[in-house]
Write a protein that binds this ligand. Structure first.
Ligand SMILES: Nc1nc2c(ncn2[C@@H]2O[C@H](COP(=O)(O)OP(=O)(O)OP(=O)(O)O)[C@@H](O)[C@H]2O)c(=O)[nH]1
Ligand SMILES: [Mg+2]
Length: 397
């Protein structure tokens, strides 16, 4: 996984900012005796926010920036000055990113829309300054709230590509070729199995400026669920597709058998995949004559089908029409993002993560925080000057 640019798992360390401490301060000015408390509030700590950004399509950018620290809130100070807010960190991720807790594998949240923002970790609220605590009986409170603490968590982000149509087929079935003729994508194509090692996406333009997204994933073979071939590692990229386009080459020995194997492997990965709509395309139909086509079509799996050729463009428009009508079948277009999927708990041990610099050293940071926190101490403060017997505490009667 490390030698490719397609990164669909990444483990990051996130820490929100802690809230700044409220200030304990008293107004001291010439000719204003007993000016009263004027300690300002601490600033709020920054959040860690996950934001969908359609300009990204992998998690590669996070592989090199795995420690995301929001700023701490500044302490409040005298004259009712509030502390400055900690800087919020926004993590841009591609649509289709799912966040899990890295220790337990528990599902946290899911980003499906461009611009969608979810607070992953909340920054601590700033503490209130002593000005808030004055009461008729305690006009000079000598306390203020500390800020709320920060939150930290290790998080695994997983990308499940959002496409409307997912291509499913054996290696060499012509999936990448189809993507290259239907869209402007330029996937690698060659006459051997497993040319495609990572998913490719393309946008298919349809009539009247409409379009849908098609994803080409590596080929699946029998036993993929036991790790054969490229295994099922990429199947999660079709989990969110509204529709699965099965591609079986016209020269396959047994179309029924290939279809059955594919379905079986999908079911082993996640039985819910079988609830998706399916369309069958018999590819490389340029190799068939009319007679053969007729003979084959008499006995095909019972789903909408079409014979196509990426070389001669045979029936490509018909395929688009079929896909479009299936996508809109129940009267309403179902976007990939709207497909409700149940996010299963992530098996952290089963995925390859690159954790080499997990023991990150935060020492320098800590020193900064301490400095921040001490800045409202007032060495000249003479508390006795402000307090009169019996009024020091509300509880004293
Ligand atoms: N005759 C004919 N050959 C085709 C057609 N489409 C693809 N091919 C050939 O089939 C071979 C495999 O094509 P790919 O698009 O790489 O197949 P794939 O399904 O993406 O294969 P993997 O990435 O290995 O899973 C290539 O040699 C293509 O030239 C077609 O419509 N007609
Ligand atoms: Mg391919």
């Amino acid at each position: 996984m490390s030698d490719t640019n397609f990164v669909d798992y990444v483990k990051i360390y996130c820490r929100s900012g802690k809230g700044g401490r409220g200030s304990t301060h008293f107004r001291r000015e010439k000719y204003i005796p007993m000016g009263g408390p004027d300690g300002g509030d601490g600033g709020d700590g920054g959040h860690i926010i996950l934001r969908g950004n359609r300009n990204y399509w992998t998690l590669l950018h996070l592989k090199f920036k795995r420690h995301l620290l929001a700023g701490h809130g500044g302490g409040g100070s005298g004259k009712l000055c509030s502390g400055k807010k900690g800087e919020t960190v926004i993590i841009d991720v591609p649509c289709g990113t799912v966040a899990y807790d890295a220790e337990t594998g528990e599902y946290m949240c899911d980003i499906t829309e461009d611009g969608q923002e979810i607070i992953l970790l909340k920054g601590g609220k700033g503490g209130r300054g002593n000005n808030h605590f004055k009461t008729p009986t305690n006009q000079a409170p000598r306390y203020a709230q500390p800020g709320e603490p920060f939150q930290e968590r290790r998080i695994v982000l997983e990308l499940k590509v959002l496409a409307d149509v997912g291509l499913v087929g054996f290696p060499n079935a012509g999936k990448s070729t189809l993507l290259s003729v239907m869209t402007t994508a330029k996937p690698k194509i060659a006459n051997y199995a497993f040319t495609t090692l990572e998913p490719n996406l393309g946008i298919v333009s349809y009539r009247d400026h409409r379009s849908f997204v098609m994803a080409d994933i590596p080929g699946i073979i029998e036993g993929a669920s036991d790790g054969k071939g490229l295994g099922l590692r990429f199947l999660r990229h079709i989990e969110r597709n509204s529709l699965l386009l099965f591609l079986i080459a016209a020269d396959a020995d047994d179309i029924h058998e290939e279809y059955r194997i594919l379905l079986n492997e999908l079911a082993k990965y996640n039985p819910e995949l079988l609830d998706k709509r399916r369309v069958l395309a018999i590819s490389k139909a340029d190799m068939l004559d009319e007679e053969l086509t007729e003979a084959l079509s008499a006995d095909l799996p019972d789903i909408p089908h079409v014979f196509i050729s990426s070389f001669t463009s045979l029936n490509l428009q018909k395929l688009k029409d079929l896909l479009w009508s299936e996508l809109n079948k129940d009267g309403e277009y179902i976007k990939a993002a709207d497909n409700v999927i149940v996010h299963r708990k992530l098996d952290i041990k089963a995925i390859e993560l690159d954790d080499e610099d997990d023991d990150f050293d935060f020492d320098d940071e800590e020193e900064d925080i301490e400095e921040d926190w001490d800045d409202d101490e007032d060495p000249d403060f003479d508390a006795d000057f402000y307090y009169r017997e019996g009024e020091e505490d509300d509880t004293v009667k």
